[in-house]
Design a protein around this ligand. Sequence first.
Ligand SMILES: [Zn+2]
Ligand SMILES: [Zn+2]
Length: 104
Amino acid sequence: MLKEFCFHHADREPVARCPECNRYFCRECVSDHDGRLLCSDCLLALTKQQQEQQQARIKKLLPPLQLIFGLLGAWLAFYLLATGLLSIPATIHDGTIWHEQTRR
Ligand SMILES: [Zn+2]
Ligand SMILES: [Zn+2]
């Protein structure tokens, strides 16, 4: 009967079998992930996959966010323009500008 050993350590008895790759691993080679004991290789692949999924989700979210920020930027520009235009008549109505010009 062939005795199973850890995939990474040929002299160590395995404590868990990775559900992803079905290989045996010792306690040192597996880590808990969402209640499952995965080997370091599969854990790495899984976290990488999750990261890629997260990045894909961010990429999907980015266009609407850009639209919102674009609208916010446009609104801010118009707001500043409007307040700027409102401040100009105030100085004109003050009369000081025209007096200075008509005296010359
Ligand atoms: Zn594995
Ligand atoms: Zn091991």
